[in-house]
Design a protein around this ligand. Structure first.
Ligand SMILES: Nc1ncnc2c1ncn2[C@@H]1O[C@H](COP(=O)(O)OP(=O)(O)OP(=O)(O)O)[C@@H](O)[C@H]1O
Ligand SMILES: [Mg+2]
Length: 324
């Protein structure tokens, strides 16, 4: 996959505040990239630079190969931005709102009507076509805003906290919509501090705090490398103590407890290794004669990863995290 977004040593200061500190970011084309960080981490700042609304203090950024400093027009053609607020546009109906932006993006007049209908359909607002924008609910405004980012058919959508203020149902709908957009070939960068809501849709994540990128990569790799302390449940038909002795002392194994009264008898294995050492442990059990009928680990989600990565101690002990 080629990178559609790339930044090198991207830095932004606001007076004495260092909002972005030498960010090296790469987003592969076709990814749904979750950009995760607490308040003030630098998410909006990064997104505003990538959409040419803000200049970096130093460093560089490219979108679809175009420099955000040197080639502003080309970048703007390649990217659609949904800001974290919805501007006030009074006395404008939904379709007029999209028409307004289509005109601003110089979409040919004869193409606009059809495209606006398609976009309203895509975001589920066909019925609100003639409703005044100010008469839309917040969730509907969010969806209209998302439609707006697409009027010029950009390859990259940058969405700043699109889920904020949405009810649970609207969040589910947003996730579905993001999947549809990805299927249409769009690359999506989406920021949030609510991590679990991104877990299902993201192919990649980046975690940012205090303007620094703490981890970045595909979700599987990051999850696989960042799971200290899981508990594995192993049910066995063979001798429990023999199996416990097999795993004690293996790499990653912290503690082993036996539950002879479980059906079938069970081991609990406290483990702080990566996925490779987990599979080695299972292989060792089976090779040693243990008759394993069930093997399950607790699932760690993005929330855990975020807490781990932003915890300095965990960061230093982790190996697969982007260098700081
Ligand atoms: N216009 C500005 N003037 C001065 N400081 C700013 C400005 N915009 C952002 N900052 C500072 O830059 C840092 C990063 O802010 P940014 O808005 O990028 O964070 P964020 O990750 O989007 O946070 P949030 O989750 O709250 O939206 C913060 O310390 C913030 O106070
Ligand atoms: Mg923000």
């Amino acid at each position: 996959m080629t990178a559609i977004v790339e930044t090198k040593q991207l830095t932004r200061r606001y007076g004495a505040t260092l909002a972005l500190d030498s960010l090296d970011l790469e987003i592969p084309a076709g990814a749904v990239y979750g950009f995760i960080g607490p308040n003030g981490a630098g998410k909006t700042t990064t997104m505003r630079i990538l959409t040419t609304l803000l200049l970096p203090s130093s460093g560089q950024a490219w979108v679809a190969g175009h420099s955000v400093i040197g080639d502003v027009q080309a970048v703007r053609r390649a990217v659609g931005f949904m800001p974290d607020f919805f501007g006030v546009y009074e006395n404008m109906r939904s379709w007029e709102y999209l028409e307004f932006f289509a005109a601003a993006y110089k979409v040919a007049p004869e193409r606009r009507a059809r495209m606006i209908d398609d976009l309203l359909e895509l975001v589920g607002l066909s019925e609100k076509r003639d409703t005044d924008v100010m008469g839309l609910s917040r969730g509907m405004k969010q969806r209209l805003s998302l439609a707006r980012t697409m009027v010029h058919d950009p390859a990259l959508l940058i969405l700043d906290e699109p889920a904020s203020g949405l009810d649970p149902r609207a969040r589910v709908e947003l996730r579905e919509l993001l999947k549809e957009l990805q299927a249409l070939g769009k690359t999506i960068m989406i920021s949030s501090h609510i991590l679990t809501e991104l877990a299902e849709v993201c192919t990649h994540i980046g975690i940012i705090e205090h303007g620094r990128l703490l981890a970045s990569g595909d979700v599987k790799t990051i999850m696989g490398s960042m799971r200290p302390h899981r508990v594995f449940e192993v049910h066995l038909l063979s001798d429990l103590d023999a199996a416990a002795n097999l795993v004690r002392g293996l790499s990653g194994v912290l503690d082993v407890r036996t539950f002879p009264d479980a059906l079938p008898p069970m081991l609990h294995i406290d483990h702080d290794g990566d996925d490779r050492s987990v599979s080695a442990m299972l292989a060792h059990l089976v090779a040693g004669g243990a008759a394993v009928v069930h093997f399950a680990g607790q699932h760690s989600d993005l929330e855990d990863i975020f807490l781990q990565v932003t915890d300095q101690a965990a960061l230093e002990s982790a190996t697969n995290v982007a260098p700081r």
